[in-house]
Ligand binder design. Structure first.
Ligand code: ADP
Length: 635
C-alpha cells in the first residue's frame, strides 16, 4: 500500500510549523501529553458510565520513555486508543480552518510576523511532533476495536497505516528525533532532566500521573580503607503534581501554601503582600490566583519588563505571559488564570478567545483595584510598601491614555505633604481641608526636604493650608490630568495666581505694585527675555524672592520635558516675585533711587537666587560669579 496524502489544510499547517523559525519547539511534548490525557479521560468517563473495562482511576497513567541510542522519545497512554479508521481520520486531517483563516487574515493585514507565536499559544495538536521528529509512529489499540494498528509518517509527504502488535488498550507515539544541527539541538529532548522540566512547566496539573524512568545514584556500602563508590539505578517517577493549588478549596489552604507556591513559581524570595484567589462562573468561567509582590523586580521600570499572567486551560499551560490579562497600571501583579473556556484546540475561533480574555481581564482589573483599596484602608503599612515599589506605575496609569483610567486610580494615590512625615491620599487631604481653601496645593522638587524649603510655601504655611509634595517626574503631569478632586482644582504653589488672601489684601498688593511699577519694570528690563514679568508677591513671608510660572507649564514640568529628547525645548513663563515686606525690597528701592546703574546686577543676583531655590543652575555661572564679586568687593 502506498502513502496516503494528508488533506490540504493539514499539509499547509505542517509546512508552516516545520518551516517557521519557531522558538517553542518544546511545546510538542505538552501537545502529546494533553492528547494522552484526553484519551484517558474518554475511557475513564466511559468506565464510570458502564464499568466494562474494570479499571479505576489509579490504573491510568501516561509514560514518557527516552532512548538515547535510538534517539527516540515515546509517549504512551492507556486511554481509549484509536481504530485504524480513527488513525486515518484523526491524524490525517487537521479538521480546522479557523487558525489558517486567522493566519491568512493577519497576513493580508501585514501582521504575519507572529503567526508561529499564535499557533504556539493555542496549541497545534499532534502535528507539533514533526517540529522535532523526522519520523512519527503511532501504534494504537482501541478499546472496542479489532486489534492494533500503526500509523507512520515522515511529515508532509503523507502517511501509512498498517496492522501492528500491541499489548493492552491505548496509544504509543514514538518520535524519532531529527539530527542536531548547528542551531537546533533536538538531543535535549533525550535528557530526562529536560523532560522533567518541560512536564513541570506545561503539564504539571494534568490529572493523571506522567511517569518516566529517572536515573539516580546511591552510595555503595563502604569497606575499610576503600574509597566511597556509587551505583546508579533507575526508578519510575511521577513527574507532575497533578492538582493545581488554585483548584483546591480556599478553606483547605494556609497562607504558607500560597507563599510557597508563589516563591517557587515566580522565583521571588519575599512573600507576596497580598494573595487574591478568586473564581467566577457565568459568561466565562475561570479561576484566578493573583499575587501582589512586595518589591519590584530589578527590570520592572525598564522596557525589558514583560507584564502578564500565566494562562491555563484546564490545568494545561498555554501561555507563559498573557499580557492582555493585565492593564499596564497593575502590571506588577503576578499569577495565573485557568479557564476551561479557553480550549487548547486550534479549531476555536481566535476572536472568541479575545472576547473571553477581555471579560476576564476586566474582572481582574476590578478585583485588583478593590484589593488595593481595602489594603489602603485596613493595612496601611503594607499598602505603603506596595506603593513604594509600584506607586510610580500607578501614577503613570493616571497620566497615560489621556487619563482614561484616572477615576479608577485616583484614590490609590499617595503623596508626601507639608503637614508631616506621613503619606496622604487625596481623600485624606481633601477631608482635612478648610472650607475656605480654594484649591489643592502642590509643590514639586527633588525631595520632600528640598521642597519644604521652597519660599513659595511661606504664606500657605501661615494659612495652615497643607501642600502636596511631588517628587517624581510624572507627578505634576498626573495631577494636571486629574484636574480636580472633589471639585477642588489642583494648583501649583508656583502658579501665577494662588488665589489666597482676602479681597482687601489683593487690592493692597495691586496698589503697591502700581506704586512701584518703575522699579519692577527696570528689573524686568535687566533680566530681559528670561522672565515674563517681575511682580510683588503675596505668597512670600520669610524669603525675599521666588520664581513662579504663569500658564499651565510649571518650571518643574519644563525641567522634565527638557530632559526628554525633544527638538523643541519647553519654556515655562517665568515670573520673578519679590517680597515687598522684606528688607531686600527696601534696598532695591534705594538702589533704584540713588545707584540705578547697579540695579541690573542686583536683579541678576536675585533671579539666580530664586533659580537655585528651584533646583536650577545659574544660566551663566561665570557671569553670576563676576556679578557677585563685583558687588561685594568693589572699592
Ligand atoms: P486535537 O487534540 O486538538 O483534537 P490533535 O491533532 O492533537 O488535535 O489530535 C487529533 C485527534 O487525534 C484527537 O482529537 C484525538 O481524537 C486523536 N488522538 C490524538 N492523540 C491521541 C491519543 N493519544 N489517544 C487517542 N486519540 C488520540
Amino acid at each position: 500500500m502506498g502513502l496516503q496524502q494528508f488533506r490540504t489544510e493539514s499539509k499547509r499547517l505542517l509546512d508552516l510549523m516545520v518551516n517557521s523559525i519557531y522558538t517553542h519547539k518544546e511545546i510538542f511534548l505538552r501537545e502529546l501529553i494533553s492528547n494522552a490525557s484526553d484519551a484517558i479521560d474518554k475511557l475513564y468517563y466511559r468506565e464510570l458510565d458502564s464499568g466494562t473495562a474494570g479499571m479505576s482511576k489509579e490504573d491510568f497513567y501516561i509514560r514518557v520513555d527516552l532512548d538515547k541510542e535510538k534517539r527516540t522519545l515515546t509517549v504512551s497512554d492507556n486511554g481509549c486508543g484509536m481504530t485504524s479508521e480513527e488513525l486515518r481520520q484523526n491524524l490525517g486531517t487537521i479538521a480546522d480552518s479557523g487558525t489558517l483563516r486567522f493566519r491568512q487574515e493577519r497576513r493580508e493585514k501585514g501582521e504575519g510576523a507572529d503567526e508561529a507565536e499564535t499557533i504556539g499559544q493555542f496549541g497545534v495538536g499532534f502535528y507539533a511532533a514533526f517540529m522535532v521528529a523526522r519520523r512519527v509512529t503511532v501504534t494504537s489499540r482501541a478499546f472496542d476495536g479489532d486489534g492494533a494498528y500503526a500509523w507512520q509518517s515522515e511529515g508532509a509527504e503523507g502517511f501509512s497505516v498498517k496492522k501492528a502488535e500491541k499489548d493492552g488498550v491505548g496509544t504509543q507515539i514514538v518520535l524519532e528525533l531529527k539530527d542536531d544541527t548547528e542551531d537546533e539541538h533536538y538531543s535535549e529532548f533525550l535528557e530526562p532532566y529536560r523532560i522533567q522540566q518541560l512536564v513541570k512547566k506545561y503539564s504539571d496539573y494534568i490529572r493523571f500521573p506522567i511517569r518516566m524512568e529517572m536515573e539516580h545514584s546511591r552510595p555503595l556500602e563502604k569497606k575499610e580503607g576503600e574509597e566511597q563508590r556509587y551505583e546508579t539505578y533507575t526508578e519510575l517517577e511521577t513527574l507532575n503534581s497533578m492538582v493545581p493549588i488554585w483548584k483546591r478549596g480556599k478553606s483547605e489552604l494556609q497562607d504558607e501554601d500560597y507563599d510557597t507556591f508563589y516563591r517557587e513559581k515566580f522565583y521571588d524570595y519575599e512573600k507576596p503582600l497580598k494573595v487574591i484567589h478568586t473564581s467566577a462562573e457565568g459568561a466565562v468561567s475561570y479561576t484566578a490566583l493573583l499575587f501582589l509582590p512586595a518589591r519590584a523586580p530589578f527590570d520592572y521600570y525598564t522596557k525589558d519588563f514583560e507584564k502578564g499572567l500565566q494562562l491555563y486551560s484546564n490545568g494545561v499551560m498555554i501561555m507563559q505571559k498573557c499580557g492582555d490579562l493585565l492593564p499596564d497600571h497593575f502590571s506588577f501583579a503576578r499569577g495565573i488564570v485557568d479557564s476551561p473556556d479557553l480550549s487548547l484546540n486550534i479549531s476555536r475561533e481566535m476572536l472568541q478567545h479575545d472576547r473571553q480574555l477581555k471579560i476576564i481581564a476586566t474582572n481582574i482589573e476590578k478585583k485588583i483595584k478593590n484589593e488595593l483599596m481595602s489594603m489602603l484602608l485596613s493595612s496601611r503599612e503594607e499598602y505603603e510598601k506596595l506603593w513604594k515599589a509600584f506607586g510610580l506605575q500607578i501614577k503613570f496609569g493616571v497620566y497615560s491614555g489621556y487619563g482614561q483610567n484616572k477615576e479608577l486610580l485616583q484614590d490609590l494615590l499617595l503623596f508626601h505633604s507639608m503637614d508631616g512625615d506621613k503619606l496622604v491620599t487625596l481623600k485624606e487631604y481633601f477631608d482635612a481641608m478648610k472650607e475656605s481653601q480654594p484649591a489643592i496645593y502642590y509643590a514639586s522638587g527633588e525631595s520632600a526636604a528640598r521642597i519644604g524649603q521652597l519660599p513659595q510655601l511661606d504664606r500657605l504655611r501661615e494659612l495652615k493650608y497643607d501642600v502636596l509634595f511631588l517628587t517624581d517626574d510624572v507627578d505634576e503631569f498626573a495631577l494636571q490630568m486629574l484636574r480636580e478632586y472633589g471639585e477642588k482644582p489642583f494648583k501649583s504653589v508656583s502658579a501665577g495666581d494662588l488665589d489666597i488672601g482676602d479681597a482687601e489684601e489683593k487690592k493692597q498688593a495691586e496698589e503697591k505694585t502700581e506704586e512701584n511699577k518703575a522699579l519692577l519694570d527696570a528689573m524686568k528690563e535687566a533680566l530681559g527675555a528670561r522672565v515674563k514679568a517681575v511682580r510683588l508677591s503675596t505668597r512670600l513671608k520669610r524669603h525675599a524672592v521666588c520664581l513662579t510660572a504663569d500658564g499651565a507649564l510649571s518650571i518643574e514640568m519644563e525641567k522634565v520635558l527638557n530632559h526628554m529628547p525633544n527638538e523643541n525645548k519647553a519654556k515655562a513663563e517665568r515670573v520673578l516675585e519679590i517680597n515687598p515686606a522684606h528688607d531686600v525690597f527696601q534696598k532695591l528701592l534705594r538702589i533704584y533711587e540713588d545707584d540705578r546703574e547697579k540695579l541690573p546686577a542686583y536683579a541678576e543676583i536675585l533671579y539666580t537666587q530664586a533659580q537655585l531655590m528651584e533646583g536650577l543652575l545659574p544660566d551663566d555661572p561665570g557671569k553670576y560669579a563676576e556679578t557677585v564679586s563685583g558687588l561685594l568687593f568693589s572699592v
